[in-house]
Structures are given as structure tokens and as C-alpha cells.
Design a protein around this ligand. Sequence first.
Ligand code: ADP
Length: 415
Amino acid sequence: MKNNSYRGLLVWQTFFIVFGIVTSAFISRYHWKENFTKQVEEQLEHSLTTFIKVYDTKYVLLENVCNFSQKKSSSRLTLIRDNGVVVCDSNTSAEEMDNHNSRPELILAKKNSWGSAIRYSDTLKQDMFYGAIQWKTEKGIFYLRESIQISAMERTLTKVDKYIFIVLIPFLIVFSILSILLWHRYEVKKQEQLDRLKVDLVSNISHEVRTPLTSIKGFVQLLVSTESELSPNAKESLSKIEKNTNRLNSLFTEILDLNKVEKRKTTTIEEVDLEIMVDSILSNMNLIYKEKNIETVLNLESNIIKSDYELLEHILVNLIENAFKYNKDNGEVTITSSSAGSKTLIIISDTGNGIAPNHQERIFERFYRVDDARNSGTGGSGLGLAIVKHSVSHLNGEITFESKIDFGSHFKVLI
Ligand code: ADP
């Protein structure tokens, strides 16, 4: 839940930052264009104002005014009468040009003595910037119009656009990826820290509990030794205390085992005699589950295998113990091993209760127990198979199983 809200916050934060940067880039571009146009207009107005001030219409023919622009290829001069008739034009012959009364820059100039407009020129076939100034002479009112190509301005704007796409967009992509990576690193670190805390807490509690538990066990054993002096009721209670103390003890041992396996970072590979290990486990199990009268069948092909002793022991102890624990009375446990390429395949089969299909997916989860009538009283903790799974994965192995209710189970370990 907390994870999701952090993720949501980060996505929104990244979105707003990216949105903010893109929006400000486009707003800046817009303002830059506005400023540029304004500057061009001011320059044009200034140069035309100066021009009509210095141009002496008494001595120089008005029709010659357009010749002043010929040197400047990007600029064009047009002289227009107050009635819209073109007197001269630096690029085109005046006779070919229509009445200019309806031109926006001229309409504005008639009103305010200066007018400007950006539009497409049919004569020059491109976008132009037009600035027209009112020119009062002794020969009447004229309008001197200068038009300049705005391709130069467009070129600069294209550069700005390129800057936005080549610099800004990759920057934003890198920025977004970096934010996601940073968030991911933060989450992984946080999870690792939490896991460490959890493992440490559980292991500290287990250690703390085991000390008084050992002392309780000792006192119980002391009392058991004086059994003859006890009443039948006290004897029964004592046996219950002993049983439960043993259960608690094995539960905390398994918790510590699981923690140890989970914390493990390295493996110590050595030559392990599988037969010796299996024999020792079996003699122990035969003792614990003596009443069940389980028959064991051994079929070990590859005896000496290269593995981590402690991890392999965890795997075999838990799987073999389950094969005994969940077996029927007078049942059978078969252990086989064979080499499979560079690995070893170990199969532990039993003729027990089997695991119902609806439980099969979850039996490797910690504390998961199939708690039904057939398993009642087995007293497991639900940690055995979790220890097996972690140990197998530390050894880069694989564990699979097949199980049929009332027929038994086969656990296959490839390590
Ligand atoms: P537990 O301490 O309960 O044995 P495990 O993690 O070893 O915990 O096993 C989880 C559950 O899987 C057990 O409660 C049991 O119901 C089921 N299970 C495991 N091995 C076998 C088996 N060989 N036969 C039948 N059921 C099994």
C-alpha cells in the first residue's frame, strides 16, 4: 500500500516536472518569437522614419525612392499613394501591381501613421513582414512600405525548435529514467533493510526464547526422573509439558535454521558421502517414528557428491522426516540417487497420505501446513519445506514433487 503511494507520488512528481519543463520551453519559444517580431518592427519603423526625414523630396524624384532598396536583397521598398495606387516598387513594376488600399499595414498606417503586418506575399511567394509609414510631402500624402523576408526569423525559430527536440526531449527522457531508477534503488534498499530487520528480530527472539526453554526442559526431565513419586494426574501433565516444550524447541530451532539459510550468501562445496548422511538421518528417524514401523529402501547410485554439507543436510533431513511423518503405519520410504549430467538427482518417495491438489501450490511457503484430519497431531511447524526450498536455491538446484492422495509423494531434488 505504502509502496504504491510512493510510486504514485513519484509518477506524478515526474509528470509535473516534465510537463513544467515542456510548457515553459513552449512559452519561452512563443515569447521569444513575439520579442523578435517586435524588435524587427521597431528597427523597421526607426529606419523608415530616419529615411523619410533625410530624403529631400524637393530635389530627388519621389519615384526614385524605391531604388534605395536594390542593394539589400532581403528588403523591398514600395511607395503607395494615399488612394492606394502604387508609385514604385523595388522588386516589381508598379503598373503590374493592384491597388494597395486594402493592405492591413496601409489601413493601420492611415490611422496611426505607422502600421505593420505579417502575411504571405503573392508577388514574392513567401511570408513577409510589412511595415508602412505615412509620409507627408508637399506633393501629397504617401506611404512608404518596407517588406522584409521573415525566412531569417523562421530559421532562428527552427533552431529553437531543434534545440527543444534535440536537447530538451532527450534530457527529459534521461531525467525520467533516472527518477525511476532512483526510486527503484530506494525501494530495493528499503526492502532489503526491512528484510534484514525482520530476520534479525526473529533470530533474536528465537535465541532469547530458547534459553529459558532449555531450562524448562531440564526441570521437566528432572521431574520425570522422580516419576515414581508422582500421582497419575501429575504424570500426565508432565508428559504434556515435555511434549509441548519439545515442540516449541523444535519450532525455534527451525526458525533459526530458516533464518540462517536465508542469510547465507555463500556455499562451501565439498565432497559429501550421501550414503553416510542418509544412513545417519534414517537411524534417527527410525528411532523417532519407531511406532510407525516404516520400511526403508535405499537405492543410492552416486554416493560421493559435491555439495554444501549443511544445506544438503537441511534438504535431506526435512524431506526424509516428512516422508516418515506423513506416512501410514507400516509404510515405505524409498530414497534413490543417480547422476544427471554434472548434477545429482535425489528422489525421496513415501507411501503416505499424499498432498491434495489444492494445497500443492503452497506447501513451500513458510508456516503453511495442510491442517486436515489425516495430518492432525503431526505437530509440524510448516517451516521444513521453506528451509528445503531456500537450501535448494542456494545450491542452484531444482525441486519438484508429485503427490497423490492416499498413495504417497515423490520429492525430486536436482542439485
Ligand atoms: P511441517 O513442519 O508441517 O511438516 P513442511 O514445510 O515440511 O512443514 O510441510 C508443509 C506441509 O506439507 C505439511 O504440513 C504437510 O501437510 C505437507 N507435506 C509435506 N511433505 C509431505 C509428504 N511427504 N506427504 C504428505 N504431506 C506432506
